[in-house]
Design a binder for this molecule. Sequence first.
Ligand SMILES: [Fe+2]
Ligand SMILES: [Fe+2]
Length: 554
Amino acid sequence: MEQHVGKAWGTLKYRDAAGKEATAMLNKPVFRIGRLADNDLQIDDPYVSRLHVELRFDGVQATLVDRSSTGATYVNDQRVSEAQLRSGDRLALGRKLAGTEIVFEYADQGAKPAEAAEPHQVMSVIDHSQTRYLNTSLIRATQLTNAATVNRLKALYEITSAILALTNREELAEKLLTLLFDVLPAERGVILLADPKDNTLRQQAARLRSGDAAQVSPSQTIVRRVYEGNVAELCLDARNDARFAGQQSIIFQSIRSVMCAPISSASRIWGVCYLDNLTTRKTFEDEELEFLMAVSRQAGLALENIYLLEEQKITFQSFVTTLAASIDARDDLTAGHSARVARYSRSIAKYMNLPEAERRRIYYAGLLHDYGKIGTREAILCKPGKLTPEEYAHMRDHAKNTYDILSKIHFTRDMQDLPLVAAGHHENLDGSGYPFGLKGDEIPLGARIIAVADFFDALTHKRHYREPMPIEEVLELIDESTGTKFDPQVVAALKQFVQQEFIPNQRKRAEAEARRAQAQVPQAALIDGDTTMPVMPPETVMSPETVSMDPVTL
Ligand SMILES: [Fe+2]
Ligand SMILES: [Fe+2]
């Protein structure tokens, strides 16, 4: 700002960009303030009009007259076109909350010439500590704050409600941009999230109000500063801001104004939310930056929730997988049985069009279906032959044991029925099964699915007392028991799975192994990580007559 010193009827005090107090002397009957240099006080701010206000003094009273063409003038936070001034009045030109605040005083003989002001920087930086929520200290109960503030608060509430309900990062980033575009006059928007592996910011979603979103490339300078400093930034004129000197991306893209806020929570900075405009007609305001910060803060909380949920899922999965593996490890021949039954069950559920959450529950129940075998004696578990009636009775106990043990574990609400579903895989549709002798719909659908998957896997794999059966014969045996033992709808879904996935995968695997054998590469141990099973040499496949159908072997 320029300084004017002389005999004065009043003063204007303000803080310059460096935070130093400066004083302008009101030394003319009509004192003009505006953006151009021919004013008595020049304010280099794009929000300020060429000639913004006149301060007129009639010898007794000072009057402010707004002369701005497009901007606004505020006295003590109230928008005015004309106002009589009193000592201590706060003036703001163009912007109410964060523009240069000017304090008017009638003649003050003690006023001293101010030092030359630093060039004004067209940049607001708001510290993270001030951005936790919408800055309510800036919302004053005046007649003018109301409609706009209430609308923003409504929008904030709606956005918060929407994003806190989301359960994955991709969805959250897309939804956030959609909601912000509804409220803010942004032409382009980008959400960048930090990759937890290497802490690198990656573009998660981009939006262009009109045109191809692939063209959206944010200013890396601002993005890095916001992310590393955890501060929000508003830049009103990137092209003329010295901070961007030499930033080719801004020059080439002609970015006019930019807002960028960190997406953070108490534990970490998850990323940044970046919005910009290319046209000169639309510049962001401080209140819009406040709003963006509030929304970004809520997005940070939503991401924290998503992260905790993902962690919980991973912990649960590793816990259940380890339990299942500990059972399978008791016997080499059943290694991988629980994992395969879980996968087959999930696939059957998919072909039955069950919801994703239900498939997930069935998968975990499949993993634990034989956990009760932890109490089965090894001599019986690994006996290379038919079981005696007593041994058979002992073997049957594993289903009840599964229920008893799993019932003691605290499962989350969505997994409450897991013990019954897991333990019910030996129940029969006609009520002849065990451990509870449930009938028809009394048997949870998940248990009916696991029963079929369990039978299919057991018969297509080697056991101590028999060799694996060909798939067609296993399906015939399943057909024979459909309606009495197995649920017809589940069997139909199993057949779809076998035809569309299991057999094609098995064929591919056989071809790959043949190629490996031809190349004389030592065969790697088969890893039980897909929906296929090891291909057995034809000579080891036995006829159905030689196969025991004893259910306790499953
Ligand atoms: Fe079993
Ligand atoms: Fe089993």
